[in-house]
Design a protein around this ligand. Structure first.
Ligand code: A2P
Length: 273
């Protein structure tokens, strides 16, 4: 199964499967249930959801119904970006756990440093307060690791300056041409694993001629080049699809992009800019 059985090690010492099945934009109900069920049958052991996706119920049910040993799975969910107080963060975690129908999650993230309605706004104190709630959940053992998402360097620095437990991951938008190098460098220096969401630029990259040419050279799909690229950069990709063919294809990335081709991909412009 190749990449599906490989892991990174978090700064907690726990291992995390190198590729995750992402569920953003997958509607609750049969679509999410069937996609997660198929991903688990295909060998994915790492499932990523969030309160705001609205699909924790179906994701949790698919996980429970799979009857796979819970310890063999890695489940992530996220605190809504609007919640910036200690008490509300604790309460929201309880809601997620209840909806998921699980006793614990492997990773719990602050979904963004600012509310979705006001991207880029400053919520430094709110993030510190929410982080203290995540630390308390971590210490209770109900989240085996805690982290952040969409945090830039200064947002992350504020957490590091005011925390007992450092974030294990920062989940960011990351794809060929959009690598947020400053965040990547800062997180790597501080032992924070980068998780790459939207590794296909939510599908926008699939028509990119330069990437198509590289895919043809390796006799793989554009999606596979994109996912392999993120892995070779040391990040953890979260590809998502509702199609069985794609779910299997996105984990079939046991080939190596040459150093020269990686440099070429590095030089491409941000297609989603
Ligand atoms: P679908 O869900 O209809 O299968 P990203 O992970 O960057 O957010 O991209 C997700 C988008 O890319 C979804 O629209 C998904 O479509 C599509 N997608 C996922 N995997 C593949 C693939 N292997 N080939 C083509 N499109 C894909």
């Amino acid at each position: 199964m190749g990449i599906l059985t490989e892991t990174y090690t978090l700064n907690t010492g726990a291992t995390i499967p190198k590729i995750a099945f992402g569920t953003w934009q997958i509607p609750d109900g049969d679509v999410a249930y069937d996609a997660v069920t198929f991903a688990l049958k295909s060998g994915y052991t790492h499932i990523d959801t969030a309160r705001v996706y609205g699909n924790e119920a179906s994701v949790g049910k698919a996980i429970r119904d799979s009857e796979i040993d819970r310890a063999a799975l890695f489940v992530t969910t996220k605190l809504p970006a609007e919640i910036k107080t200690y008490d509300e963060a604790l309460a929201s975690f309880e809601v997620s756990i209840e909806i998921l129908g699980l006793e614990y999650v492997d990773l719990y993230l602050i979904h963004a440093p600012w509310p979705w309605s006001d991207p880029g706004s400053d919520h430094t104190q709110g993030n510190i307060d929410a982080w203290k709630a995540l630390e308390s959940i971590y210490k209770s053992g109900r989240a085996k690791a805690i982290g952040i998402s969409n945090f830039n360097v200064s947002d992350t620095q504020a957490i590091l300056d005011n925390s007992e437990v450092r974030p294990a991951v920062n989940q960011i938008r990351y794809f060929i041409g959009h690598t947020q190098q400053d965040v990547m460098d800062f997180c790597q220096t501080n032992g924070i694993l980068i998780e790459a969401y939207s590794p296909l630029a939510t599908g926008k990259i699939l028509e990119n001629k330069a990437v198509i040419a590289i895919a043809q050279k390796y006799d793989v799909t554009v999606a596979q080049i994109c996912i392999r690229y993120t892995l070779q950069k040391g990040t953890l990709p979260l590809p998502k699809s509702t199609h069985e063919e794609y779910i299997v294809q996105n984990a079939a990335v046991d080939f190596v992009i040459s150093e020269q081709d990686m440099q070429h991909l590095d030089s491409l412009e941000d297609i989603a800019a």
